[in-house]
Design a protein around this ligand. Structure first.
Ligand SMILES: [Zn+2]
Length: 373
């Protein structure tokens, strides 16, 4: 599945010898004398933001948090392995704009159990079930008790996944559709989701591989935001990317050196790209937004993310899950000071850090391909 074939050669092998030689000669001329006419399909990776809205509010039709990572080669549009990191509201619609179906996904990785990162999974599972697609790996944290009150609160990705289609079961739809087509999985959409829990305690240092397929390796590290938060790194021959999620600093309030996570920084060392949720400093305390302090402090600011990307040596920093969204006058019930933020407000806040790589201010369906030209 992931072998890098000499695709042109494969076609040639099916032809008679003489015809094959002529074709090879013509191809070598067309390709500037490439030895034997062989066209090497090079490994490639695409990082696509399926949603950039930060936090629960809805604004401007933006989809909520999600990043699609595609890996393959130049002969198949990087399409061998498709991994979806977070599945916020609108993920299904975003995939459809890319011409990608939920049935093509190989695995879903959830950073944490907040609805702006997870609620789109129900639609993905339902559609796969409806059209008889196979099982789908879901990687997330094992159940973890929160460190804050109330003490009985447990963040449970397992419960979320096992009950993903509960409303549809309760409404009678699943039984009705099963009666129409008994080829559907009798267990309903949840039965297609293969839970791959990352054990507690979550990894504290880089290197724990939680999923792999051929040349694609996904590792995870536990990071601060809410209990069970995971940040991920994808390594492929075409490049590597870190998905920070909503990670913040384990020191929940200032004074502290940074709002970013030391663990994510360690995970990102040597990676080409960092994709990270971002809050603009303008939403901070005392600036008139009314935004809750504790929510502000558990996100990473654009400025601190730039500094982290610089220290980690990344070439690209993709800001996503923007709080506030570009052009929004409000973030839910909170006011955006001034008249809303534009791309330049995020760029200048990030550049203050001295990061000299490329900064991408997230928009839905923003795509970065590796290796970059
Ligand atoms: Zn979030």
């Amino acid at each position: 599945m992931h072998t890098k074939e000499y695709r042109t050669n494969r076609v040639l092998m099916q032809r008679p010898n003489r015809q094959r030689l002529i074709l090879a000669f013509l191809l070598s001329l067309a390709l500037g004398g490439c030895a034997g006419g062989q066209v090497r399909a090079e490994p490639c990776m695409e990082i696509i933001l399926t949603g950039t809205m930060g936090g629960p509010p809805a604004f401007g039709g933006l989809a909520h948090a999600g990043t699609l990572i595609k890996y393959g080669d130049t002969g198949n549009a990087c399409g061998d392995v498709l991994l979806q990191f977070d599945t916020g509201r609108g993920t299904q619609q975003a995939l459809s704009k890319l011409g990608t179906s939920s049935a093509q996904l190989d695995a879903v990785f959830l950073t944490h159990m907040h609805s702006d990162h997870s609620e789109g999974l129900a639609e993905l599972a339902q559609l796969r079930w409806h059209f008889l697609a196979g099982s789908l790996d879901v990687v997330c944290s094992a159940d973890v008790a929160a460190t804050e009150p109330p003490p009985e609160r447990t963040m449970s990705c397992g419960n979320f996944v096992r009950n993903i289609a509960e409303p549809l079961l309760r409404s009678g739809e699943i039984a009705q559709r099963l009666a129409e087509n008994p080829l559907r999985n009798p267990g309903g959409p949840a039965a297609l989701l293969q839970l791959k829990s990352v054990a507690i305690p979550l990894p504290e240092t880089p290197g724990t591989v939680v999923w792999s397929s051929g040349e694609v390796k996904v590792s995870a590290i536990g990071s601060s935001h809410v209990a069970g938060h995971l940040s991920y790194r994808v390594d492929t021959p075409a490049g590597s990317v870190v998905i920070g999620g909503d990670a913040g600093n384990k020191q929940p309030v200032p004074p502290r050196a940074s709002s970013t996570s030391d663990r994510v920084e360690a995970l990102a060392r040597g990676a080409d790209v960092i994709v990270h949720s971002t809050i603009h400093p303008v939403m901070g305390p005392g600036k008139g937004s009314g935004f809750p302090e504790h929510v502000f402090y558990r996100q990473s600011t654009a400025t601190d993310l730039g500094a982290m990307a610089r220290r980690a040596g990344a070439s690209h920093l993709i800001l996503t899950h923007l709080i506030p969204a570009l052009g929004a006058a409000d973030h839910g019930p909170y006011t955006v000071p001034g008249s809303g933020l534009g791309e330049n407000d995020y760029l200048s806040a990030t550049r203050t850090s001295g990061f000299e790589g490329k900064i991408h201010v997230g928009r839905d369906l923003l795509t970065l391909r590796l290796p970059s030209n």
